[in-house]
Structures are given as C-alpha cells and as structure tokens.
Ligand binder design. Structure first.
Ligand code: HEM
Ligand code: CU
Length: 558
C-alpha cells in the first residue's frame, strides 16, 4: 500500500506543519476522526483513573495502612468511579460506534456531523471540568478539592451542609455537560442508522454491531435524560434554595436514588451492549462461520434493552421498599438473565464446529464469554433481595460489577481494538505484544477480582478507608493489590503495542482478517468520504458475496 492511499494520515505527516494538522483535528467533523478522538481521550483518562484505583489499592493492601488520608481516599474512589464510567467507558463505546457505524451501514458520515463534533467536545470538556476540581484548593474557593461523595452522590451528602465549597459542583456540572454530549451522540447514532443505510442494507441485513448500537443509543436517550434532570435539581437545591433532596424541608433523599438508578442501571447496559456488539462481529470471523441465530440475537438485545429499564430499584433493596416492590424488582432483574443467556448460547453455537483461530481479538472475546458468565451469575445472586441485604454493601458487590465492567466490557473492547486497529491505522498490531497483554491482563484481572469476592463474603464493607488485622481479610487484600500490578503492566504493554504498531507494524491492506462486513471493503485507513461509490448490499455478509460469487449468502437468507 502506498502513502498516497492513506490521504489524511501519512501524506499529512510528510507535508503540513504540526499546528495545521492539530487545527484539522480540533475542527474536524469527520466521524472517523471524532471516533479516534473519543478513543484517545478515553485511553488518557483510563490511565488517570487507573492511577486513582492503584492509590486506593495501595491504601487497602495491608491493615492499619495510612498511605493516604481518609479524605483523599474518599476523593479517589469518587473520581475513579465517575471517571471510569463517564470519561473512559462511555467515550470508548461512543468512539467505536462513531468510527464503525457509518462504515458498516455504507454511509459517508453520521447524520449530523457538526452535532457529532459538538457532542465530543462537550464530553471532553466535562472530563476536564471534573479534573479541574483537583486545583480548586480551599485557599481559592472556600473548601474542598476533588468531589468525595461517591460516583452515585447520594443525598443528603451532596447538600451544602455536608458538601460545602465547590467539589460537588464540579461533579454535577461535569456530568450535566457531558450528559448533553451523550444525548447528542445518541440522537446522531440513532438517526444515522435509521436514515443513512446504503441501498439494500435493510434493518434485517445490518451487521449486529449496528443493531446493538441502535439499542445502545436508545438507552442513552432514555437513561441520561433523567440523570441530567437530577443534576439540575441538585443545582437548584445547592444554589437556588430548592429542597428536592432535603428531608428536613419535606424533600426526599430516596427520590435521588430513584433518579440516579433509573439512569445507573440502564447505563451498565449502555456499556455492555456495545461489548456484545464487538464480540458478535469478532467471534464469527475467527470461527469462520456466520453468526448463529441472527434474528434471535437482535430480539434478545432489544429485549435486554427494554427489561433493563425496569430493574433499577435492585440497587435499592435496603431502602425499605414494600415487599411487593422488592418482589417486582427481584423478578424483573432475574428475567434479564434469560435473553442474556440466549446470547451466550448463540455465541457458543457460532464457535461450535467452527475453525477457530485464536488471534488476539478472539482471545479477548473468549475471556469475555467466560467472565461475563460469572459476572452475570453473581448478579443473579445479588438480585435475590435477602442475599443482597447481606452482601450488597460489601466488597462482594464491588467484585460483581468489576467482573462485568472490566472482565466483560473492557475485555471485549480490547478485542475490538486489536480487530479494528488495522482498519483505523493501516497497520497490523503486534501479535506477540497482544498476547502478552492478554495474559498479563487475564492473570491480573483474576487475581484482583476473584480474590475480591472473599473478603466481601467475610464481611468487608465497600468504601472503607482501613481495617483491623485478624479478620481473615489481610491476605486476600494483598492478592487483590498484587493483581493490580499485573493489570497495570498489561495496560502499559497495550498502549506500547498501539504506539509501536502505528509506526512499525506490518501493512494491513484493506481486509486482513478475511472478514465480511462493509468496513473491510474500504482502504485502511478509509478515505474521508468512506466509499467512492455507495455499496449495494444483498445479504448480511456483503463481502462474502463479493469474494464468493459462486456461493453467495443471499441465496440462503430469508
Ligand atoms: C444478568 C446480569 C446482571 C444481574 C442479574 C445484575 C444484578 C445486579 C444487582 C442486583 C445489583 C445491585 C446490588 C446492590 O446494589 O446491592 C448489581 C449491581 C451492579 N451491577 Fe450488576 N447485574 C448484572 C449484570 C451487570 C452488568 C452487565 C454490569 C455492567 C455492565 C453490571 C454492573 C453493576 C454495577 C456497576 C453495580 C453496582 C453499582 C454501585 O452500587 O456502585 N451488572 N447488579
Ligand atoms: Cu443494576
């Protein structure tokens, strides 16, 4: 491949001054560049939030430790959780969707390119605003630096009385601003998929990735709106004398929880559905078989999307709801395991009898399957209200959600990185470094999060600053921290791999994995306009049809 075929990357590097190239990136409205911006932004904050996690884990490594002060510890877990969800996981998911959806459905860009850019910059600004809180020392603003109210910021902790100064304002404004960005992006993804598909790309022929992005976008609109409303109410309480969440004046602290979890629960599906999307593209290609049960996969996902809107109060079993309400949320939560199980079976059925190639993307997807199963099972355990009363406030819960968020979502997205990096950069990632990354991360993940279940069962609460020796927690906590070291090393290898491969990797060509979806029909990286002539599609695997005119899919589908 010549440099001339990679117009906006390599020829730029050769000719134009740095300032101009930066200017191009800052003012871009191209969905591919915005996708890259999201992902790079997320990776930077992944390192920041990872350092915050490491600080917490050093503090908890041994009993009676005083590596940081209790106040700093509270700030660390607040900043870690908030950053990871809103400024790492969400941007990663949006970055993947931004880059891939138009290419996969045969479109030249998103429906609203300028809204797309605006949304990215809102998200980016939100993260910067949140981190500026570190600079707001007591000398400058009266009190407080980084927020210390937890990523869910329960009332009345966020009231002026308990959170004087501006740390909580940074938290709420950052989420308000980035929330508007998320809603903008979701509207864009939704409109793009519904209106900009190329000729022949019916809804039933879209790659599963596009279907799942559509579901994710719908959930973002439904979930982030109540979150934004809650942030505005909080601002009214803090600045305009409102009492929405002030129990002393007739407000309700529980209503904040409802608002937060009506967002918070679907949010975890906003993150996990794109992970499903990535896995649904990778597993067929590396098993050399079409996805098993396409219509069922679509139905199960949409079903998960709907059910996930009706389970939020499983985060509130200990609030004192009526038995009937608790019962409803127990059952609806467990119901979600049914479509989820169907999806797992279908991925396995896709692998079954296939010629499986364990390249790095496939390795990460295999890790995903196994770990998502376990995380789902501890979820069903927590969905039993009496079990939740015992362990909901403990380290067991922390183990559950990290199992799904790291073990499933991050693993799938890592797989996605290795799968689509050749498309984005024109270069192959190093397999050796990729496998090293996989094994380091796998060992680190299991050391950290398997071990975390045990002190939870033994009674270790979440969000504690330190603990007494002799409760059976000590050794487990040490192992948990040792696991973090492996995950950190794995992340370094990953970032190193991306940088090295970008400059030194083998040329990828347009279709290095012999794949089937439209993004692989363009050059790597794709030209600004994506497709010189819009493709025409007759089946779910348009590239297979092109490569195998003697045995095309459209003969069999429908
Ligand atoms: C079959 C699937 C799942 C079930 C049945 C399930 C069930 C639950 C339940 C009942 C809780 C509440 C525990 C409590 O607050 O005391 C919970 C917490 C949580 N789950 Fe899951 N879960 C599932 C999958 C997931 C997935 C896929 C994710 C992430 C993408 C996730 C992330 C979380 C998080 C972040 C929390 C804790 C939030 C917090 O308190 O900070 N779960 N889960
Ligand atoms: Cu939930």
């Amino acid at each position: 491949m010549t440099t001339a075929s990679i117009p906006w990357m390599q020829s730029d590097v050769a000719r134009r001054p740095l300032v101009e190239r930066l200017h191009d990136w800052v003012t871009t409205v191209d969905h591919k560049r915005l996708g890259i911006l999201y992902v790079v932004y997320a990776l930077v904050l992944l390192v920041v939030a990872g350092i915050e996690a490491a600080i917490m884990r050093i503090q908890l490594m041994a009993p009676h430790n005083d590596f940081v002060s209790p106040q700093v510890f509270n700030r660390m877990f607040t900043m870690h959780g908030t950053t990871m969800i809103f400024f790492v996981a969400m941007p990663l998911v949006f970055g993947f969707a931004n880059y891939l959806v138009p290419l996969m459905i045969g479109a030249r860009d998103m429906a609203f390119p300028r809204l797309n850019a605006f949304s990215f910059w809102l998200t980016a600004f939100g993260g910067v605003l949140l981190h500026f809180s570190f600079l707001g020392g007591s000398g400058l603003y009266g009190a407080g630096t980084a927020p210390d109210v937890g990523w869910f910021a329960y009332a009345p902790l966020t009231a002026k009385t308990f959170s004087p100064g501006h740390s909580t304002d940074y938290w709420t404004l950052a989420l308000l601003v980035s929330g508007f960005g998320s809603i903008g992006t979701a509207i864009n993804i939704l409109t793009t998929i519904l209106c900009l598909r190329c000729p022949g790309m019916t809804l039933g022929r879209m790659p599963l990735f596009a279907w799942l992005s559509l579901t994710m976008a719908g959930l973002v609109i439904l979930a982030v709106s109540p979150l934004s409303a809650a942030q505005m109410m909080l601002l009214v309480d803090r600045y305009l004398g409102g009492h929405f969440f002030d129990t002393q004046a007739g407000g309700s602290a529980v209503i904040w929880m409802h608002f937060f979890w009506v967002f918070g629960h679907p949010e975890v599906y906003v993150l996990v559905i794109p992970a499903f999307a990535v896995v649904s593209e990778i597993i067929p290609v590396f098993s050399r078989k079409p996805i098993f049960g396409y219509p069922v996969m679509v139905a199960a996902t949409v079903c998960i999307g709907f059910i996930s809107m009706s389970v939020w109060a499983h985060h509130m079993f200990t609030v004192g709801m009526s038995p009937a309400a608790n019962g409803f949320f127990v059952l609806s939560t467990m119901a979600i395991a049914v479509p989820t199980g169907i999806k797992i079976f279908n991925w396995l059925a896709t692998m079954w009898g296939g010629t499986i190639q364990f390249r790095t993307p496939m390795l990460f997807c295999t890790g995903f399957l196994f770990q998502f199963l376990i995380g789902g099972l501890t979820g069903v355990m927590l969905a039993c209200a009496p079990f939740d009363w015992q362990l909901g406030g403990s380290y067991f819960l922390v183990a559950h959600f990290h199992y799904v968020i790291v073990g499933a979502i991050l693993f799938a997205l890592f797989g996605g990185f290795y799968y689509w990096f050749p498309k984005v950069s024109g270069r192959m990632c190093s397999e050796t470094l990729g496998k090293l990354h996989f094994w380091l991360f796998l060992i680190g993940f299991h050391l950290t999060f398997d071990c975390m279940h045990v002190p939870g069962i033994l009674g270790m609460p979440r969000r504690i600053y330190t603990y007494e020796p002799g409760r059976g927690w000590d050794a487990w906590n040490l192992w948990v921290t040792i696991g973090v070291v492996f995950q950190g090393l794995g992340t370094l290898v990953f970032v190193g791999n991306l940088v090295w491969s970008y400059f030194e990797g083998d040329r990828a060509g347009s279709d290095p994995w012999d794949a089937w979806t439209l993004e692989w029909s363009t050059e790597s990286p794709p030209p600004v306009y994506n497709f010189a002539a819009l493709p025409v599609v007759r089946s779910r695997r348009p590239l297979w049809d092109l490569k195998h005119p003697e045995d095309p899919d459209w003969k069999y589908e429908q």
